[in-house]
Design a protein around this ligand. Structure first.
Ligand SMILES: [Fe+2]
Length: 205
Protein backbone atom coordinates (compact mmCIF):
# COMPACT_ATOMS: atom_id res chain seq x y z
CA UNK A 1 0.00 0.00 0.00
CA UNK A 2 1.39 3.37 -0.98
CA UNK A 3 0.34 6.35 1.08
CA UNK A 4 -1.04 9.55 -0.37
CA UNK A 5 2.04 11.61 0.36
CA UNK A 6 4.31 9.17 -1.40
CA UNK A 7 1.92 8.83 -4.32
CA UNK A 8 1.82 12.61 -4.68
CA UNK A 9 5.60 12.75 -4.64
CA UNK A 10 5.94 10.02 -7.24
CA UNK A 11 3.40 11.71 -9.48
CA UNK A 12 5.53 14.83 -9.46
CA UNK A 13 8.46 12.97 -10.93
CA UNK A 14 7.07 12.92 -14.43
CA UNK A 15 6.41 16.65 -14.59
CA UNK A 16 9.70 17.66 -13.12
CA UNK A 17 11.53 20.61 -14.64
CA UNK A 18 15.01 21.35 -13.42
CA UNK A 19 17.74 23.74 -14.44
CA UNK A 20 20.25 22.49 -16.90
CA UNK A 21 23.92 23.26 -16.34
CA UNK A 22 24.82 23.33 -19.98
CA UNK A 23 23.69 23.39 -23.54
CA UNK A 24 26.01 20.76 -24.87
CA UNK A 25 29.12 22.17 -23.20
CA UNK A 26 30.15 21.10 -19.74
CA UNK A 27 33.71 20.23 -19.00
CA UNK A 28 34.10 20.37 -15.27
CA UNK A 29 33.81 16.96 -13.65
CA UNK A 30 32.27 17.01 -10.18
CA UNK A 31 34.91 16.28 -7.53
CA UNK A 32 34.72 13.01 -5.67
CA UNK A 33 34.62 12.55 -1.92
CA UNK A 34 35.10 9.47 0.19
CA UNK A 35 32.33 6.91 0.61
CA UNK A 36 32.58 7.28 4.39
CA UNK A 37 31.86 4.60 6.99
CA UNK A 38 28.07 4.71 6.82
CA UNK A 39 27.14 3.38 3.40
CA UNK A 40 24.52 0.72 4.19
CA UNK A 41 25.80 -2.80 4.82
CA UNK A 42 22.35 -4.05 3.89
CA UNK A 43 19.96 -1.86 1.91
CA UNK A 44 16.71 -1.09 3.74
CA UNK A 45 13.57 -2.83 2.45
CA UNK A 46 12.16 0.59 1.65
CA UNK A 47 14.89 2.26 -0.36
CA UNK A 48 12.97 4.42 -2.79
CA UNK A 49 13.48 8.13 -3.48
CA UNK A 50 11.30 9.38 -0.63
CA UNK A 51 13.42 9.23 2.53
CA UNK A 52 10.84 11.08 4.64
CA UNK A 53 8.57 8.07 5.01
CA UNK A 54 9.25 4.42 5.75
CA UNK A 55 6.77 1.97 4.28
CA UNK A 56 4.67 0.37 7.00
CA UNK A 57 5.41 2.97 9.68
CA UNK A 58 2.85 5.49 10.85
CA UNK A 59 4.88 8.67 10.99
CA UNK A 60 7.08 10.95 8.97
CA UNK A 61 10.71 11.88 9.36
CA UNK A 62 11.77 14.70 11.66
CA UNK A 63 13.64 17.54 10.02
CA UNK A 64 13.15 20.17 7.37
CA UNK A 65 11.88 18.53 4.19
CA UNK A 66 13.88 19.19 1.05
CA UNK A 67 13.19 18.20 -2.53
CA UNK A 68 16.60 17.43 -3.98
CA UNK A 69 16.68 17.20 -7.75
CA UNK A 70 18.92 17.71 -10.73
CA UNK A 71 20.33 16.26 -13.89
CA UNK A 72 23.34 14.04 -14.36
CA UNK A 73 25.68 15.11 -17.15
CA UNK A 74 28.66 13.57 -18.82
CA UNK A 75 31.85 15.54 -19.50
CA UNK A 76 30.73 16.49 -22.99
CA UNK A 77 27.53 18.04 -21.68
CA UNK A 78 25.20 15.21 -22.63
CA UNK A 79 22.58 13.84 -20.25
CA UNK A 80 23.22 10.53 -18.53
CA UNK A 81 19.99 8.53 -18.67
CA UNK A 82 19.30 5.46 -16.55
CA UNK A 83 22.06 6.22 -14.07
CA UNK A 84 21.60 4.86 -10.56
CA UNK A 85 21.77 7.56 -7.90
CA UNK A 86 22.00 6.58 -4.27
CA UNK A 87 21.92 9.02 -1.36
CA UNK A 88 22.40 8.49 2.35
CA UNK A 89 22.65 10.86 5.29
CA UNK A 90 22.18 11.01 9.04
CA UNK A 91 18.73 11.62 10.49
CA UNK A 92 17.58 14.91 12.05
CA UNK A 93 19.23 13.88 15.32
CA UNK A 94 22.64 13.34 13.73
CA UNK A 95 22.63 9.53 13.64
CA UNK A 96 23.10 7.29 10.61
CA UNK A 97 20.86 4.28 10.18
CA UNK A 98 23.89 2.07 10.30
CA UNK A 99 25.05 -0.37 13.00
CA UNK A 100 28.28 1.62 13.44
CA UNK A 101 26.22 4.64 14.45
CA UNK A 102 23.67 2.94 16.67
CA UNK A 103 21.20 2.25 13.87
CA UNK A 104 19.74 5.76 13.86
CA UNK A 105 17.45 7.70 16.19
CA UNK A 106 14.50 8.57 13.96
CA UNK A 107 12.50 5.43 13.07
CA UNK A 108 10.56 7.37 10.46
CA UNK A 109 13.58 8.44 8.43
CA UNK A 110 14.66 6.08 5.68
CA UNK A 111 18.36 6.99 5.87
CA UNK A 112 19.12 5.79 2.34
CA UNK A 113 17.34 6.06 -0.99
CA UNK A 114 17.93 5.41 -4.65
CA UNK A 115 16.59 6.64 -7.96
CA UNK A 116 17.20 6.05 -11.66
CA UNK A 117 17.65 9.04 -13.95
CA UNK A 118 15.09 9.50 -16.70
CA UNK A 119 15.80 9.88 -20.44
CA UNK A 120 17.23 13.35 -19.84
CA UNK A 121 19.31 12.44 -16.83
CA UNK A 122 16.87 13.88 -14.32
CA UNK A 123 16.41 12.59 -10.81
CA UNK A 124 14.59 13.64 -7.68
CA UNK A 125 14.62 12.78 -4.01
CA UNK A 126 12.47 13.86 -1.12
CA UNK A 127 14.56 13.95 2.03
CA UNK A 128 15.52 16.25 4.91
CA UNK A 129 17.94 19.14 5.05
CA UNK A 130 21.17 17.61 6.35
CA UNK A 131 22.30 18.40 9.88
CA UNK A 132 25.75 18.48 11.44
CA UNK A 133 27.20 15.70 13.55
CA UNK A 134 30.43 15.88 15.52
CA UNK A 135 33.35 16.66 13.25
CA UNK A 136 31.35 17.20 10.06
CA UNK A 137 29.43 19.98 8.38
CA UNK A 138 25.92 19.01 7.23
CA UNK A 139 26.15 16.92 4.06
CA UNK A 140 24.39 14.32 1.94
CA UNK A 141 26.36 11.42 0.46
CA UNK A 142 25.77 10.47 -3.17
CA UNK A 143 26.89 7.62 -5.34
CA UNK A 144 26.12 7.81 -9.05
CA UNK A 145 26.70 4.79 -11.26
CA UNK A 146 26.26 4.46 -14.99
CA UNK A 147 27.80 1.55 -16.88
CA UNK A 148 31.51 1.80 -16.09
CA UNK A 149 31.26 5.34 -14.72
CA UNK A 150 30.96 6.04 -11.03
CA UNK A 151 31.06 9.18 -8.92
CA UNK A 152 31.02 9.11 -5.13
CA UNK A 153 30.70 12.51 -3.54
CA UNK A 154 29.00 14.63 -0.90
CA UNK A 155 26.98 17.84 -1.12
CA UNK A 156 26.91 20.66 1.40
CA UNK A 157 24.58 23.49 2.38
CA UNK A 158 25.47 26.93 1.03
CA UNK A 159 25.89 29.55 3.72
CA UNK A 160 26.57 27.06 6.49
CA UNK A 161 29.52 28.32 8.54
CA UNK A 162 30.57 24.75 9.45
CA UNK A 163 31.66 24.36 5.84
CA UNK A 164 34.73 26.47 6.62
CA UNK A 165 36.08 23.88 9.03
CA UNK A 166 35.01 20.65 7.38
CA UNK A 167 38.19 18.68 6.73
CA UNK A 168 36.75 16.64 3.90
CA UNK A 169 35.20 19.54 2.01
CA UNK A 170 38.36 21.58 2.43
CA UNK A 171 40.54 18.74 1.20
CA UNK A 172 39.44 19.91 -2.26
CA UNK A 173 42.02 22.62 -2.87
CA UNK A 174 40.53 23.96 -6.10
CA UNK A 175 38.06 26.69 -5.11
CA UNK A 176 35.70 26.23 -8.06
CA UNK A 177 35.61 22.46 -7.61
CA UNK A 178 34.99 22.82 -3.88
CA UNK A 179 32.22 25.36 -4.38
CA UNK A 180 30.50 23.06 -6.88
CA UNK A 181 29.60 20.75 -3.98
CA UNK A 182 28.06 23.56 -1.92
CA UNK A 183 24.49 24.16 -3.04
CA UNK A 184 21.61 26.38 -1.90
CA UNK A 185 18.81 24.83 0.12
CA UNK A 186 16.05 27.38 -0.18
CA UNK A 187 12.33 27.84 -0.08
CA UNK A 188 10.46 27.45 -3.33
CA UNK A 189 8.60 30.71 -3.93
CA UNK A 190 5.97 28.75 -5.89
CA UNK A 191 5.27 26.45 -2.95
CA UNK A 192 3.20 27.62 0.02
CA UNK A 193 4.58 24.86 2.22
CA UNK A 194 7.70 25.13 4.32
CA UNK A 195 9.59 22.67 2.12
CA UNK A 196 12.97 23.50 0.60
CA UNK A 197 14.42 22.82 -2.80
CA UNK A 198 18.00 21.99 -3.62
CA UNK A 199 19.41 21.37 -7.08
CA UNK A 200 22.57 19.45 -7.81
CA UNK A 201 23.71 18.72 -11.35
CA UNK A 202 26.67 16.35 -11.15
CA UNK A 203 29.06 15.78 -14.04
CA UNK A 204 30.53 12.29 -14.23
CA UNK A 205 33.32 10.92 -16.35
FE1 LIG B 1 28.63 11.48 6.43
Amino acid sequence: MINFRKRHFLSQLTGLAVCSVANGVQARVTPSQSLGPFYPIKLPLDSNADLTFVEGKKGTASGHIVNLSGQVFSENGGFVPRALIEIWQCDAFGAYHHPRDGGGLDPFFQGYGKAITDDEGRYRFRTIKPVAYPGRAPHIHLRISSNSKELITQIYVRGNRENQNDFLLNSISDETARQSLIIPFEKDSMDASDELIAIFNPVIT
